[in-house]
Structure formats: structure tokens, C-alpha cells
Design a protein around this ligand. Structure first.
Ligand code: NAD
Ligand code: GLY
Length: 359
């Protein structure tokens, strides 16, 4: 088992990586507080990993709260259900919440932990690739508003993160591939060497070779740790992690969170951002095509479906909380391996990039 330390201004915590770490009793003993424990999971993950985790908690009594599955349940209502449960079980400030599941469970549970009694301890046990390489690390928590994704939330760092790659054995291919979009993102935004490694090893990754998958999880968490360590609350460099997300969030909200998985929308969004960067002369022609070629190796979509209205997507972009009053702030590419936050795109350039990305 490996450990990566996340060192932040406000706190530090370990991310444990390794097959089987989810049922390492000593890890849980080390990190659970003295208070009551609430384990939050969902109806899909519970039958797969709940008993394993309860066993790992040893004699420690834990209450369980099972959420319905799906991004459409990442709402204030679901969050409130966790708070009701905490009140019912008379949890105090020394309580610990455990999020067992993908990014949806992690984001909602983290936000409940941030809110209950102004903040209690929580631990992340991510079980999707996307949550392992991104969502479980860095302390962004929250829920969606019908008007936009992740509009409600808080920064609240976990006490520890247990990344057990064995849980990916049951993850459907489409979900695994969606996670690969966030992995490709790290290479594109800050790590050309990793991008090249992903290209060279795409067949092994697609076949879910254990060593390759463990390496890409570790590399992604290291890249995220490096960025979040410099900018915990996204006042600067952390915004680069949103590469592809402004276009992606617009795609997700325009399709009522039902058509694309988050990672799929991010894949299309990254290629659209690369196309805009090319058109603006920020990066070499061919950058979007080479990013698209890598994403396609993981069966990810790279084009905006033609039935979606360009004007509506552009309007949805303005609702993105990363937009600023004076113009859209977007993450663009100077090259593969170097992203930049940019506010210099005109509405026409953005519309054109969206149009050119349709197909
Ligand atoms: P998800 O949580 O919906 O999980 C995907 C599906 O896989 C679900 O049906 C889930 O029940 C199922 N599942 C989970 N683990 C499984 C396993 N081991 N075997 C079989 N099925 C399993 O989606 P996700 O892609 O994990 O996360 C997406 C969410 O994460 C979005 O809401 C996104 O906004 C959020 N996110 C947050 C951050 C952050 O920094 N907080 C970063 C990226 C994404
Ligand atoms: N997923 C983007 C971030 O954590 O900042």
C-alpha cells in the first residue's frame, strides 16, 4: 500500500492507495474519531462493498444511510436526508461520516459533513475511477441546483481517503471510461509525460491491467495533490483542474444530467476548449485532434451531438459559476501539458468553437 500526503494551508491528510485497503482494519482504527459513525452509500454500491467495510470497522458500531443512485439525486433533498439521519441518531460534533461510493455519494456526504454542526469529520472511500482520481481528493463538496451543477456546496477536506482499486473490478466499462476523461485531463493540463504514457499504454488501460490502473490513479492523485497544495480554495491555479468543465457542465445541464456521464461531458468539453484554444492561436493546430484521439481510445465521446442547440449551450455557459461578469473565464490550452485560465474569448469565438465541435 502507498500513501500520498495532501498538504494544504488548512490541514493535511493521507490518501491510501492499494488493492484491499478498504478492508484494512488498522487504517479505519487510526482515522475514526470517538463519536458516532454514519456510513453513507447508495443502493448500487451497498450490496457490493457495504458488508466488507462494516467488517473492516471491526466492533465499531456504525449507522448506515443508503441513498438512491444517480446524479439526479445529488440534491438539497438528498443532502437534507443525511442531516435528518444525523439528528435522529443524535450525532454530536465528534461524529464521523464515511462516504462509500462514487463522486455523487462523496460530494453529498462531504457537504453533509461540512454542514452538520458547522463541520464534522468525514472520510472518503471512493469506488469509481472518477472519484478515485479526482472527486475524493481536494475537499470540494456539494449538490446541484436545477439551474446549474454544483451550485451549492462548501470546501470541506476529508480526514483520510482510502482508494482501493479492487473496487473497480465491478465498475461498468462506461463508468471506467468516464473516469479516464479526468485522468486524460491531468496529462493535458499539466503533465505532457503522463499524456504520452497514457497514449503508449492505452491498450493495457482499456484492458484494465492492474499495474497500469494503479499507476494512473497514483499519478493523477499526485498531480491533483500538487495543484490543490498550492491553491486549496481555487483562487488561482486550482481553476486549471476545471479544464473541459465549463463546456461539460453546460452539456450536462442542457441534457438534464441524463444523457452524459460527467466524465463524458468533460471529454467533449476538453476537446471543445482545445479547439477554441487553437482558433485563438494559443496552441498549435492539431492539439484538439490529438487530445480527441487519446479520449477515443477509451470510447469517450469527443463531439457535441448535433441535436443540441448552440445558442442554448452558450447561454448555459453563462450560468457556470466559474463565469465572471466581464466575460467568460475559461481554461484553455497553450499545449498538451500546459493549461491557462483565460478571459479573452469573444462570444463569437466561443459560439464558433461550439459549432465546430458538433458532429
Ligand atoms: P457516480 O457517483 O454517479 O457513480 C457512477 C455509477 O457507478 C453509479 O451508478 C454508482 O452507483 C456506480 N458505482 C460506484 N462504484 C461502483 C463499483 N465499484 N462497482 C459498480 N458500480 C459502482 O459518478 P462518478 O463518476 O463517480 O462521480 C461523478 C460526480 O462526481 C459528479 O457529480 C461530479 O460533479 C462529481 N465530481 C466531484 C469532484 C470534486 O472535486 N468534488 C470532482 C469530479 C467530479
Ligand atoms: N475537480 C476539480 C477540483 O477539484 O478542483
Amino acid at each position: 500500500m502507498k500513501t500520498i500526503d495532501i498538504n494544504l494551508e488548512s490541514t493535511r491528510y493521507p490518501v491510501y492507495l492499494g488493492r484491499g485497503c478498504l478492508h484494512d482494519r488498522s487504517l479505519w482504527d487510526r482515522h475514526l474519531g470517538r463519536g458516532k459513525v454514519l456510513l453513507v452509500t447508495n443502493e448500487t454500491v451497498a450490496p457490493l462493498y457495504l458488508s466488507l467495510l462494516l467488517e473492516a470497522l471491526g466492533g465499531r458500531k456504525a449507522e448506515v444511510h443508503v441513498l438512491p443512485d444517480g446524479e439526479q439525486h445529488k440534491t438539497v433533498k438528498t443532502w437534507n436526508g443525511i442531516l435528518d439521519k444525523l439528528v435522529d441518531m443524535q450525532a454530536r460534533r465528534d461524529a464521523t461520516l464515511i462516504a462509500l461510493g462514487g463522486g455523487v455519494v462523496g460530494d453529498i456526504t462531504g457537504y453533509a459533513a461540512a454542514s452538520y454542526m458547522r463541520g464534522v469529520r468525514f472520510m472518503q472511500a471512493p469506488t469509481t475511477l472518477l472519484a478515485q482520481v479526482d472527486a475524493s481528493v481536494g475537499g470540494k463538496t456539494g449538490v446541484n441546483h436545477p439551474q446549474g451543477k454544483n451550485l451549492i456546496g462548501a470546501f470541506h477536506q476529508p480526514h483520510a481517503v482510502m482508494i482501493d482499486s479492487a473496487t473497480l473490478d465491478t465498475l461498468p466499462a462506461r463508468e471506467f471510461n468516464a473516469g479516464m476523461a479526468e485522468v486524460v485531463k491531468y496529462g493535458a493540463l499539466c503533465n505532457r509525460e503522463f499524456h504520452d504514457w497514457l497514449q503508449a499504454n492505452s491498450a493495457r488501460i482499456a484492458a484494465r491491467d492492474g499495474q497500469a490502473v494503479d499507476y494512473l490513479i497514483e499519478r493523477s492523485v499526485l498531480d491533483k495533490a500538487e495543484i490543490v497544495g498550492q491553491d486549496e480554495k481555487e483562487s488561482g491555479i486550482r481553476a486549471l483542474l476545471n479544464l473541459g468543465h465549463s463546456f461539460g457542465h453546460a452539456l450536462e445541464s442542457e441534457t438534464a444530467y441524463a444523457r452524459f456521464l460527467h466524465g463524458e461531458a468533460v471529454a467533449i468539453g476538453m476537446v471543445t476548449a482545445a479547439r477554441l484554444s487553437e482558433n485563438r492561436g494559443l496552441c498549435e493546430p492539431g492539439t484538439a485532434a490529438s487530445l480527441a484521439a487519446l479520449l477515443k481510445k477509451f470510447d469517450l465521446p469527443v463531439l457535441i451531438p448535433e441535436d443540441l442547440s448552440v445558442e442554448r449551450l452558450a447561454a448555459a455557459l453563462k450560468l457556470d459559476k466559474k463565469a465572471v461578469a466581464s466575460g467568460l473565464r475559461l481554461v484553455l490550452l497553450k499545449s498538451i501539458g500546459e493549461a491557462v485560465v483565460d478571459q479573452g474569448s469573444t462570444a463569437e469565438q466561443i459560439l464558433n468553437a461550439i459549432k465546430e465541435s458538433q458532429g
